[in-house]
Design a protein around this ligand. Sequence first.
Ligand code: NAD
Length: 496
Amino acid sequence: MTVDYKTRAAALYTGDFRPMFIGGHWVPARSGAVIEAHNPATGALLATVPRGDAADIDIAAGAARRAFEGPWSRFTPFERQALLLRIADLFEKNWEDLCLSDTLDMGMPISRTLANSRRVIGMLRFYAGMATAIHGATIPNSFPGEILSQTVKEPVGVVGAIIPWNAPIAGSVWKIGPALATGCTVILKPSEEASLTVLKIAQLMAEAGLPDGVLNIVTGLGAEAGAALAEHPGVDKIVFTGSTATGQAIARAATGNLKRVSLELGGKSPLIVCEDADIEKAVPVAAMAVFANSGQICIAGSRLFVARKIHDAFVERVADFAKALRVGDGTAAETELGPIISARQAERVGRFMEAGQAEGATLLAGGDRLSPSGLEGGHFFAPTVFGGVTDEMRIAREEIFGPVISALPFDTLEEVVGRANATPYGLAAGIFTTHLGTAHKLSRRIKAGSVWVNMYHAIDPAVPFGGVKMSGYGREGGAEHLEEYLDTKAIWIQTE
Ligand code: NAD
């Protein structure tokens, strides 16, 4: 039975005001100002949300501190675990509506948002399990006599989380889940481009029994609410996902009270197709390594290095794959690529497409805006493939965050390692080869936080994810993620 997502979507948002969530209350901004939320596929107004600013962040910081020191501090790890499991169950029950909300607010096709349950519900359950596994150690020391030394793990306190618009559900849960597992409290500022689903998430968490003030959502602009959160003296840690430039500004703003900071930033990831690659397998993966979410993914494998001997034939097949992709409204079940988030972002993507042609790359697919019937108010691009790209071209150097593949030929493995690493970024990389030694050698030598061999895109709650170099620092996922939310205290006891 096919589900009529379009009809269901129409009932979700009707242009009304959606308040934000502070201290357990649904509130407008103190200033009364609002931001409009538009559907990027149609341009239609979905809702308005508060344009929170420094005053609202200050109130949220107070609520988060009171909760941290008050009722939340008395929750045992087992109670936090039970709460996370109840939240996961509620997410499961409301999964289609959450995904549909994201599709409407930021454009990702419903087929893709629905497929993300492992990264979201799985994450909540993974961290539910981890909540009761947090412990310190009893450590032998060099002092003579009866002196016991032990460590305990304590939550860092109030966490400020700032997320981008390209994956609001996963983005928020990956910040809130570990905070709840460790006993921290959270002030989350979603992107001004996509706040609506995050507000729904807060509603579900409150329904699951989260005490007031443990999770606070302040909607607003980056330069106002975001900047205020990054510099607030009552916030102990900032976890940020977004662009490298904003990450740098946040790291600077956080120095006032020496907040701990973790940053998940941009990328220009290489995907290397060796001469001995399994071509059938590599073509669709190489294409979707960029075209998933219309290229609006931090890990987009946007520099497609292909062994010169197979470059032309391989890239032509990727171009054919691109031409067959269905672009349109994400609420249609058959849509494979949705819109670009905003007019501003679409202009940026368009400029890169022009730059690629002006700099002499060969346009093999796309290169144009699209205007699907009935979606004239949206921002769409044909999936684009450039062949014969050289390392100096802008499309080979800068993060585009749009559906653009830049294919670059290479001759030797030694050469491609050097070229792949010749970027300020280090988020992810892909390698296609059937040779075990090559897989091993390249995956160790590429400087990136994640390397996928004969696959791409795998992200799992149990496996650490994050960048090196200017793609940031800190890890999300896995046991290491929890350490980001914990302090280690050493306790010494003389027992005689
Ligand atoms: P962005 O940096 O413009 O915005 C991200 C968030 O930061 C938004 O909530 C925004 O309001 C806020 N912000 C902006 N200026 C701020 C400031 N001065 N102080 C505090 N907060 C501020 O990024 P974007 O355009 O929303 O997202 C795209 C970028 O995010 C890309 O570079 C992409 O690679 C990156 N990204 C990285 C990952 C990852 O895990 N590494 C995941 C998704 C996106």
